[in-house]
Design a protein around this ligand. Structure first.
Ligand SMILES: NC(=O)c1ccc[n+]([C@@H]2O[C@H](COP(=O)([O-])OP(=O)(O)OC[C@H]3O[C@@H](n4cnc5c(N)ncnc54)[C@H](O)[C@@H]3O)[C@@H](O)[C@H]2O)c1
Length: 510
């Protein structure tokens, strides 16, 4: 096809017709596949189902919708919820930009249960079908946006259209949460393609390494502000330097800041963007695996204090995240491994297909992780959408971080990379969860990727336990741990007997 069409897919009730209506305004050719099929067969889909049954309908749908997609170049299409089951339709979709309108089962049911839809009569069957279809939608999606809310579709549309000009395989997520929404673009070779979607003057922060490798294509208007590489740059002192540099470069609130680097640059620059003139937009351009699977999304920013990890910070959602996975190629092997721990953590939390994918990785190849980056980003965005400010579910993302952060703080942020400390923290958390077998497997996975599985005796236990007591998740009742009895089932805010905590940390010295 000459120009791809934009094709909305998703479960019944996801808002495909609404999305079609909104997007349709800016396209000449607009097709609702269900309407088109109804016109061709000369009756409503409900009547067709009643008369000929589902199997006959699916055959008819496969033939008609495939033909529609072959002729849809440059237009916009909404497909019926079950259309993607047909292989012939899935094949046609590879030529188009496929937008999955994601909806939760509850909302979908509320929207369709009193319609005449033949597959929305029985709640249990509906839920089973819903669960079955998710993986299919996910595997086809180039863009994922939360349900067909008119404003969201209108906001996301330019970014969806941009996918046509981006390197093949680039994907988009429209992230939403209580305080805002923003696009995430994940692909290979985005920086080199010279695509830059934002208007306005850009100022930016990078570190010594990301300046060396990636500063040039970014064409900032002012000299990049370069901080030293590594966790030791995540301090109030460095934040002050960055803020003063921005003031000297005469950045205004009409401009925006770009954070080009790993989690350290992202957290630091995000924090500076939050406080500079009471807030300027920040675009995260993550260049490490940690940042691409986790830290660039969700708006947590901050710096460390000698007293505690991430002890000064703010929520500041990015204006956009642009993750170019080709940057992982220059990442030192140890950094890639450390980043893998955040993906491992996400796999453990998500369970299901993501856990299977992550546990099966035999060796880390920076060119083979794009699907993992995308899936982890999606998982994180889903969690943040449900609980932006850490009231419950989002705390689960801190699996392994209670002990991990304590190790970082007790060792002066220098002995271990963040991911390495979190790997040790995962082992402690799984011991406290009573998940002995899973702990063994995670230990084996860490070892496989050259990650530490035991704690350097130079990091003493008493300061580590003391740092643990200062964890930000501490309430009057004590430090709330995140436990994980099995993949996919996190439990937040769990108080644990201090003797058990000591034993789980002691075990790390073996
Ligand atoms: N905000 C959040 O939600 C969140 C989540 C997870 C982690 N974090 C934070 O992220 C930080 C860890 O992030 P990190 O592991 O990315 O550390 P980092 O930013 O220090 O990067 C690691 C190293 O890789 C170098 N580097 C970065 N990109 C490179 C590239 N493409 N090629 C070559 N070298 C490159 C850096 O210069 C640095 O030396 C921690 O401070 C952690 O607390 C924050």
């Amino acid at each position: 096809v000459s120009a791809p069409a934009i094709v909305f897919i998703g479960f019944m009730g996801a808002g495909k017709s609404t999305a079609l209506r909104i997007a349709g305004d800016s396209f000449d050719q607009v097709w609702d596949a269900d309407d088109w099929i109804e016109r061709h067969v000369g009756m409503s889909i409900a009547d067709y189902f009643a008369e000929f049954g589902e199997e006959a309908f699916r055959k008819e749908e496969a033939a008609l919708a495939s033909k529609l997609l072959r002729d849809a170049a440059g237009g916009v299409v909404a497909l019926g919820g079950g259309a993607v089951v047909a292989e012939s339709i899935r094949k046609e979709l590879t030529d188009h930009i496929v937008v999955w309108l994601q909806v939760d089962a509850e909302t979908a049911w509320e929207r369709v249960s009193d319609s005449d839809r033949p597959l929305a009569k029985d709640r249990a069957e509906f839920d089973a079908l819903f669960a079955e279809r998710q993986a299919l939608y996910e595997s086809l999606a180039d863009a994922v946006i939360p349900q067909g809310d008119p404003d969201i579709v209108a906001g996301a549309l330019p970014w969806i259209r941009a996918l046509a000009d981006l390197p093949p395989g680039t994907k988009m997520i429209w992230a939403t949460s209580d305080s805002g929404e923003y696009p995430i673009v994940i692909g290979r070779g985005i920086l080199e393609s010279n695509w830059w979607p934002l208007e306005g003057r850009q100022f930016y922060v990078c570190d010594e390494n990301t300046r060396r490798y990636y500063a040039d294509p970014m064409q900032p208007i002012a000299k990049p502000i370069v901080v030293e590489a590594g966790e030791t740059a995540k301090t109030m002192q460095t934040a002050t330097q960055v803020l003063e540099a921005l003031a000297n470069q005469e950045m205004t609130r009409e401009d925006y800041l770009v954070a080009l680097g790993g989690g350290v640059v992202g957290d630091l620059a995000g924090f500076c963007a939050h406080v500079y003139q009471r807030g300027v937009p920040v675009v995260q351009v993550p260049t490490t695996l940690v940042a691409q699977v986790d830290s660039a999304y969700g708006g947590k920013t901050g710096v460390d204090l000698p007293e505690g990890k991430n002890y000064a910070g703010a929520y500041h959602l990015p204006a956009a995240v642009i993750a170019d996975t080709s940057t992982l190629a220059t990442l030192p092997r140890e950094e890639l491994a450390a980043g893998f721990v955040e993906a491992l953590k996400t796999g453990l939390l998500a369970g299901g297909g993501l856990w299977e994918r992550v546990r099966a990785i035999e060796s880390l190849d920076p060119t083979g992780l794009d699907d993992v980056v995308f899936a982890c980003a999606r998982y994180k965005c889903e969690v943040v959408a449900a609980d932006e400010r850490d009231a419950g579910l989002r705390q689960a993302l801190n699996l392994g971080h209670t002990v991990g952060h304590a190790i970082e703080a007790a060792s002066g942020y220098e002995r271990y990379r963040h991911g390495e400390a979190i790997g040790l923290g995962l082992l402690a958390a799984l011991r406290l969860s009573g998940a002995a077998e899973l702990r063994d497997e995670v230990e084996e996975i860490l070892a496989r990727h050259g990650l530490p599985t035991s704690l350097d005796p130079a990091v003493e236990i008493e300061p580590t336990l003391a740092a643990l007591q200062r964890d930000k998740k501490r309430t009057a009742a004590g430090v709330g741990f995140i436990l994980l009895p099995e993949p996919g089932v996190p439990q937040v805010g769990q108080l644990v007997d201090p003797a058990k905590v000591r034993a789980a940390v002691e075990e790390l010295y073996r």
